[in-house]
Structures are given as C-alpha cells and as structure tokens.
Design a protein around this ligand. Structure first.
Ligand SMILES: *Cc1c(COP(=O)(O)O)cnc(C)c1O
Length: 221
C-alpha cells in the first residue's frame, strides 16, 4: 500500500477508537510527508531538532509538529516558536527552559512527561519516584507557560507481548493515579502517548490515546 492508502486505513481504524495518530516522519523526505498531508494527515512527529526545524520551514504551515525524541535544553529555543507538543519532557531543568522560552513567545507549550517503563537502560524518561518529586517541587508549580497534557512512554523492544502489555498497563495506571492526585480539575491532562508500529494495538488495548507510527505508514527506515 502507498502512504496515502496507509494513512486512510489507519486513520479510519484509530478515529473509531478515539485515538490520535502522530505520523512519525523522521528520515522521510518532504515529498513523502506531503503524500500523507494530502491524504489528510496533519500531525507529524520528529525526533531530531535540526531535521524538525528544516521540515517546519519548508512544509505547509498548518502541520502540527510533535517532538518525540530527546530534547537538550540548549535546543529548546529552536522548537518553542512553533512546536505543537513536546512528548519527551524528562527533567525539571528542561521544563524550566521550555517555560522560559515560551514566555518570550507569549505562548503556552503543550508537554508530555516521558516516563521510563522499558527494561532497557538506554531509554530516556522519569521513573515513578522522580515523577512524583518533580510534580511536588516548588519550581514545577511555578511554571506558567508549560501545559502538562499527560504522559508518554516507550515499551521494551521485544517480541514478548506479555512484557509489552505489562509496561503499557503500568504506564496507564500511573497516568490515572497522577491525574487523580495532581490534575483532577485540569481538563488539559488528557493524553497518554504510547504505542509505535510494532506495539500500538497492545497500547490501545491498555488505554493509549495517542500513537506514534512511523514504519507502518511510511515503510521501513
Ligand atoms: C521512531 C519513533 C517512533 C516510530 O517508530 P516506528 O516503529 O517506525 O513506528 C515512535 N516513537 C518514538 C519516540 C520514535 O523515536
């Protein structure tokens, strides 16, 4: 199937389930992104700041750009002017910098807190204790231009579906617990970004509201 057909098929499946599709376009050309765009897709995800900025400058302005990869504080200023959502906020230091830059542009930036759920050491993200500490800290409470929309996580890259299911289940439980304790009256805390091409069906069963699909849409990288 070509990119447009793939977008339509997946969007049809996801919209019935009330799950938002982020088309992960990292390493893909503007032409490939435009194929998805012309099929109606508007939300795209990139993981490298330089590539994200280049694509934002050269592609239609009504694209919603999601940063899904690790973000260094010194690069925050390049994405804050336009980014729709940062999925990978994983420290107070980073949130403070996003807040500072967002003030300059007089905007609020939607962020997800990235949680470490995978068994692999290399994946970024906060553990449960760090998350609670962050949410309770005075510096966090004082952020005015960062809007926490929910949590994001990446499951272990494994064929063991039971393990993946457990990790997503854990993340969903954490999401519900955090929402009840810290964001009860906050209508914006509504997003649980979990699921990639290999595991999005499991993620949706476990309560994902947003999936990030690359190879399923655009083919392998
Ligand atoms: C690359 C990437 C994806 C998409 O991966 P696919 O397996 O191609 O669907 C999703 N999330 C993050 C954080 C990524 O870096």
């Amino acid at each position: 199937m070509d990119i447009a057909d793939q977008i339509k098929t997946i969007e049809d499946e996801l919209s019935r389930l009330n799950v938002t599709l982020i088309a992960v376009s990292k390493t893909k050309s503007n032409e490939e992104i435009l194929e998805a765009y012309h099929a109606g897709q508007r939300a795209f995800g990139e993981n490298v700041v330089q590539e994200l900025v280049r694509k934002q400058e050269t592609l239609p302005k009504d694209i919603e750009w999601h940063l899904i990869g690790h973000l260094q504080s010194n690069k925050v200023k390049y994405v804050v002017p336009f980014v729709a959502m940062i999925h990978s906020a994983d420290s107070l230091k980073l949130l403070k910098e996003i807040d500072k830059q967002a003030k300059k542009y007089n905007r609020e930036v939607d962020c997800l807190l990235q949680i470490h759920v995978a068994a692999e050491e290399t994946k970024f993200g906060l553990d449960h204790v760090e998350l609670i500490e962050l949410l309770r800290s005075e510096a966090f409470i004082q952020l005015t231009n960062v809007r926490i929309r929910g949590l994001m996580g990446i499951a272990t890259n494994t064929p063991n579906t039971k393990e993946i299911k457990e990790e997503f289940h854990e993340l969903k439980s954490l999401f519900d617990g955090i929402k009840a304790s810290f964001f009860q009256d906050d209508e914006y805390f509504d997003t649980l970004s979990m699921g990639m091409s290999s595991d999005y069906k499991i993620a949706i069963e476990q309560g994902s509201t947003m999936v990030r699909l690359g190879s399923t849409i655009f083919g392998g990288r």
